[in-house]
Design a protein around this ligand. Structure first.
Ligand code: URA
Length: 220
């Protein structure tokens, strides 16, 4: 489903909704959480990659020759997980785009200011062919939008057109969508739901808690 802003896509699918309920449930343990997130990730990345250009290829089936389509070979695909929760999304993204480069974006959220603090961003050079570069920035939670803006901005600074950048999340707060889509109007946002609001600590409400803690069993 598209919202009024045509760059925002909310995936409406019964399997996604079912698994999102599993993720939201505080009783769901780490193993079940990771399985549900993985199932949703396939739906999310099918949507995220749906505009990638293809090229015609003639192949031979066991029966005869036929003309097929494959993802264009000269596309430079970058999967950019925001550490650490983005890593869980990254596994499925890499499975679906094995040719992609992985660019880890290491930042954590200062709990007082809610601003991102960078600690890892290794690849400094700009891509040789920005117009043919497509980036998928991954973070399950689009909350304040501060990390998302920094993550996406990292690629915009390198000359990659906003239209080629997709921000992929699981849950979004209206504030996060507003911040990201007003800073970068042409970046696509894919989410499975838009929740009500943020609480005073910057958590999405109703949300699912701290995604990283639930994925990595670090809930205190
Ligand atoms: N990060 C999370 O893990 N959860 C939230 O609700 C917001 C940011």
């Amino acid at each position: 489903m598209k919202t009024k802003n045509s760059n925002i896509c909310v995936i409406e699918h019964p399997v996604v909704k079912h698994n999102l309920s599993v993720l939201r449930d505080e009783k769901t343990d780490g193993e079940k959480f990771r399985c549900a997130l993985r199932r949703i990730s396939y739906a999310v990345f099918l949507e995220a990659t749906k505009n990638l250009q293809t090229q015609k290829k003639t192949i031979k089936t066991p029966i005869c020759e036929c003309e097929c389509e494959k993802i264009k070979e000269d596309l430079n695909l970058i999967i950019a997980p925001i550490l650490r929760a983005g890593m869980m999304f990254c596994e499925v993204a890499q499975e679906m785009m094995p040719q992609a480069h992985i660019h880890h974006l290491g930042m954590y959220r200062d709990e007082r200011t809610l601003q991102p603090v960078w600690y890892y961003n290794k690849i400094s050079e700009a891509p040789k062919d920005p117009k043919n570069t497509f980036v998928f920035v991954l973070d399950p939670m689009l909350a304040t939008g501060n990390s998302a803006v920094d993550g996406v901005g990292n690629f915009v600074k390198k000359g990659i057109p906003q239209e080629n950048i997709t921000f992929v999340c699981l849950l979004a707060a209206p504030q996060g969508i507003e911040r990201l889509s007003t800073t970068f109007e042409n970046v696509r946002i894919i989410t499975c739901a838009i929740d009500k609001e943020l609480n005073a600590k910057g958590y999405i409400v109703p949300g699912l808690g701290d995604a990283g803690d639930r994925i990595f069993n670090t809930t205190r």
